[in-house]
Write a protein that binds this ligand. Structure first.
Ligand code: M6R
Length: 612
């Protein structure tokens, strides 16, 4: 959630931290802050101005003294409202220790009680501040910074990636993690830390992963890693194939426009080289053998948000092509419902970031209950990628906009490939059928390009509905997860009331909400329940709702039923969602822009959710 960056050994530390924070804003923007180590003291600036916090921090940092060591933070508030006094870095009583933190210190109230009783004064309402005071206590007792952090962490429960600086050891940064990500970077004469790869792109390509319960000491040109118990370890190198340009806007007004337009490439790259000349599918990063996959009796898919919608779509593909039972759970519910799994089950975690804590913990639960684990993620060497028995990478490149677009389409096709691979191994579909479906998959990038090129038509529909406040997204069969995704995109970007429903369920209650003024957006492309869906739309139309349909080119009946149509080319029904989602992304984008909202940084959200 929060973004962390640190550097030591760079005379331009302040500018480097600010640039890193600009690239980490998508992790949270309730506030931003930085601390610089200057001889004998710490210099700090903090701003809490919502989506413009980093910009406001940049203005304050114009007064910053020259320094080569420092830390920066963008906050997604958990404990303590978004305000300057709760912005990180947080200091101890002596103002000699500065801490930035991502995660939650679960026993902070108990620690705070003890600290306050022994004379400490808390300056914020955060869970994080206790860490600064715990380190202060140890340093007052004569311990060095690294040992103080190590001992302090022995007292805390919860999840953390933290970085600490002290004016007593001005060139040293100490970092540690448990359950939330932190990477390290090394260059001649400098060392870096960050919560995410884009922050360090262009600074160094010598990147390393800090694992759970490890602590790193960063000095100019050197990094020493040890476990929290003090045993030295070698951090594994992180493979990164992204370049700086991929993490910049490249002439677009915002990252969302750029990422929507990158979707054909994201899908094409995810499909690239997966098909061997003999027609068999090579999911090489999935280290599970063909024999392992053949022996699977049930798949349990866990995911959150848009990735959950990709998971729902995967269930249709796995059940249809591979004739294999598949369950889908919201990750945050899965681990607490005592799921029954057996050793022939496969737990599949779908996560763009590979760091969503709910998904990571659900996969750990599945493994503890005997299942093998496969991750589908966009981030190489992310926590889910490293912990899974196998990983299937989407190749969408970095996604900066908080709302998922290109990574979702890449997930859907990656999961289609997995379903087809299972169908091959289980011989549930003939080689001819599989080959025809693969050809259809390879035609998708051109079709997505075509849908994106129709953005102006979507804009016109959005403009016509600019005053609407209530939106109901309906679909059946694979149209249902598409409807859920359309509703999620609209609510997170435009803050309008939007709900996604399976259209057949409407008559069991939600139809009571329909009245003139409400907008129903229906996913009316061809699928096995197409005819029934049309009847559902006729029902809503008769209640006076305005109807927008996503429909296949040339569908006259859709044109008669709807007030507005968002046209898409026809595709095989299981593949159609990859096209149907695109006009809904564009629709949400345009409505948000019409309402004057920042599409890249919607309020209250963070790109990667690393708290439970
Ligand atoms: O990184 P993940 O795919 O695990 O993230 C899951 C959700 O947090 C994410 O899809 C979220 O719902 C997005 N804001 C959707 O646009």
């Amino acid at each position: 959630m929060c973004g962390i960056i640190g550097v030591t050994g760079r005379p331009d530390a302040a500018e480097l931290l600010l640039e890193g924070l600009e690239r980490l804003e998508y992790r949270g923007y309730d506030s931003a802050g930085l601390v610089l180590s200057v001889p004998g003291s710490l210099w700090r600036a903090r701003a809490a101005e919502g989506t413009t916090s980093v910009g406001a921090l940049r203005v304050l940092a114009a007064e910053a003294p020259g320094a080569s060591t420092g830390l920066g933070h963008t906050r997604w508030a958990t404990h303590g409202h978004p305000a300057v006094e709760n912005a990180h870095p947080l200091f101890d009583c002596t103002q000699r220790v500065g801490v930035v933190h991502n995660g939650i210190i679960e026993n902070h109230a108990e620690i705070q009680g003890r600290l306050v009783a022994s004379g400490h004064t808390m300056a914020s309402a955060t869970d994080t501040e206790v860490l600064a005071h715990l380190v202060e206590e140890r340093m007052a007792g004569g311990m060095g910074l690294a040992e103080s952090v190590r001992v302090a962490l022995g007292e805390v429960r919860g999840s953390f990636s933290i970085a600490v600086v002290s004016s007593d050891e001005p060139e040293l940064l100490v970092a540690a993690r448990r359950n939330t990500p932190l990477i390290l970077g090394l260059a001649d004469g400098a060392a870096f830390l960050a919560s995410d790869i884009p922050a360090l792109l262009g600074q160094t390509d010598r990147l390393f992963v800090l694992a759970d319960d490890q602590l790193a000491e960063l000095r100019p040109g050197s990094i020493a890693v040890s476990t929290l118990d003090g045993l030295p370890v070698e951090p594994p190198a992180l493979s990164v194939h992204w370049d700086l340009a991929a993490a910049q806007k490249g002439g677009y007004e915002d990252f969302m426009s750029k990422e929507i337009r990158e979707q054909p490439r994201a899908v094409a790259d995810t499909l690239l080289d997966r098909c061997r000349p003999d027609g068999s599918l090579a999911l090489d990063e999935a280290k599970l053998t063909d024999e392992d996959l053949r022996s699977i009796t049930r798949i349990h898919i866990v995911a959150c948000g848009s990735s959950y919608h990709a998971a729902l779509l995967a269930r249709y593909a796995i059940e249809h092509w591979a004739e294999l039972a598949a369950d889908v759970d919201v990750a945050s519910e899965f681990r607490y419902r005592e799921p029954v799994l057996d050793p022939k089950a496969l737990a599949l975690g779908v996560s763009q970031s590979g760091e969503s804590l709910d998904t990571l913990l659900a996969l750990r639960e599945a493994r503890a209950r005997g299942a093998r684990v496969l991750g589908v993620t966009n981030v190489v060497d992310s926590s889910i990628a490293r912990e899974a028995d196998g990983v299937l990478y989407t190749r969408a490149g970095p996604e900066i906009c908080v709302a998922a677009t290109k990574t979702l389409l890449a997930q859907i096709v990656a999961l289609d490939l997995l379903a087809l691979k299972l169908a091959q191994l289980r011989a549930t579909r003939s080689p001819r059928e599989i080959s025809a479906t693969l050809d259809a998959l390879h035609r998708l990038p051109a079709a997505i390009e075509e849908v994106v090129s129709r953005a102006k038509e979507v804009d016109d529909v959005a403009k016509a509905l600019g005053g609407a406040r209530d939106f109901f997204f309906l679909g059946r069969n694979v149209g249902y997860p598409v409807a859920l995704e359309g509703a999620l995109k609209l609510k997170e970007l435009s803050y309008l009331h939007a709900e996604g429903y399976p259209a057949g369920e409407l008559k069991h209650g939600p139809i009571a909400l329909l009245e003139p003024g409400a907008v129903v957006v229906g996913v009316a492309t061809r699928n096995p329940l197409w005819e029934k869906f049309r009847s559902n739309i006729a029902e809503v139309k008769s209640r006076g709702a305005t109807v927008v349909l996503v429909a296949n080119d040339g569908d006259e009946r859709a044109a008669q039923l709807a007030d507005h149509v968002l046209w898409v080319p026809e595709a095989e029904h299981l593949l159609s969602p990859v096209l149907d989602i695109v006009p809904l992304q564009l629709f949400a984008y345009r409505l948000a822009r019409l309402h004057g909202l920042d599409v890249d940084r919607p309020r209250n959200l963070a790109k990667t959710v690393t708290v439970e």
